[in-house]
Design a protein around this ligand. Structure first.
Ligand code: SF4
Length: 309
């Protein structure tokens, strides 16, 4: 029978198993504090993709949502990639399915398919290049000027990129339910409460929320902004897990969430217990059929290499 372990006991056991199995724990910025604190690396989708591609570990325990673990496997098929809670999917990624994208591509022949990393392996396999919120505008701006562009699946990020780059894009109508819960009225209220604060928002937010911000940034971009700004108070429009990460890195500043409702339940499924169980039982193993993996690796690699279509 398994002995009950308290938090310290679980952390100690996770550390033993991590070293025994030569494992690395990669954790997204939106994860619970307890899961951020045991990570080898905490970051945004782009940073985690790069870490997954470069790690020398044999096992990657991915504390994020499923498409992130899939991306790790796509880039490192020789590693064992574990997702502690199999239910942690991304509703936005689920809004674009491969057969629908295939039909959509037929309606827009010749269009370049730019796909947000928040997508399934099957959808990536049908894409020309992947982007994250950290590099989407830069990559879209670098694409041939005369080509049509399909942007999948986030309409809010797509619309923001369209505005920044001036490129005409055909937008898939997906969205992040968590960021959609952040309303312009809530942000206006916060700005009135904290008139000296800077406002940073994630570009998955609604356009009227983005329009009120000083900067629209990926979570990695938010951390950099927080380190460099002279502002003492920063209003943050994204998933609330980010407040912990920001406060830990820049403890001298006050971070104010726009909405406490902006919680992604899928990101909160991993806990110390599930990470420990994952390492003990080597579950849940994320794998992708080789044909899809190879096809999906191309647009991700193109993004990572900064190549253009
Ligand atoms: S925060 Fe939004 S985009 Fe990120 S995993 Fe949750 S639902 Fe998906």
């Amino acid at each position: 029978m398994r002995t009950f372990l308290d938090s310290d006991g679980m952390v100690a056991r996770i550390n033993e198993l991590r070293s025994e199995k030569n494992a690395v724990i990669l954790t997204h910025n939106y994860q619970l504090a307890e899961v951020q604190d045991i990570a080898d690396f905490v970051g945004d989708s782009l940073e985690l993709s790069i870490k997954a591609a470069r790690t020398t570990a044999d096992v990657i325990v991915f504390c994020g949502v499923r498409f992130m673990a899939e991306t790790a496997y796509i880039l490192s098929p020789d590693k064992t990639v574990l997702l502690p809670s199999l239910e942690s999917g991304c509703p936005m990624a689920d809004m674009a399915e491969a057969p629908d994208l295939e039909r959509f591509k037929k309606k827009h022949p010749g269009a370049i398919v730019v796909t947000y990393i928040n997508s399934s392996a099957e959808v990536k396999a049908l894409s020309d290049i992947c982007v994250t919120s950290a590099n989407a505008a830069e990559i879209v701006a670098s694409l041939p000027k005369d080509g049509k562009i399909i942007f999948v699946p986030d309409m809010n990020l797509g619309s923001y990129v369209q505005k920044v780059t001036g490129r005409d894009m055909i937008l898939w109508q997906g969205f992040c339910p968590t960021h959609m819960r952040i309303r312009a009225e809530d942000l206006k209220r916060r700005i009135a409460e904290f008139p000296d604060a800077k406002v940073i928002v994630h570009p998955e937010s609604r356009p009227d929320v983005i329009n009120l911000a000083d900067e629209a940034l990926s979570t990695g971009g938010m951390l950099k902004f927080a380190r460099l700004t002279d502002a003492r108070q920063i209003i943050v429009a994204t998933e609330v897990g980010m407040i912990y990460r920001l406060s830990k890195e820049s403890p001298d500043k006050q971070f104010i969430p726009v909405s406490e409702q902006a919680v992604c339940p899928n990101m909160k499924m991993h806990r110390l217990e599930t990470v420990l169980h994952s390492l003990e039982t080597m579950t849940h193993n994320i794998e992708i059929p080789e044909e899809i993996r190879v096809a999906a690796a191309k647009p991700i690699t193109k993004m990572l290499q900064g190549l253009q279509s």
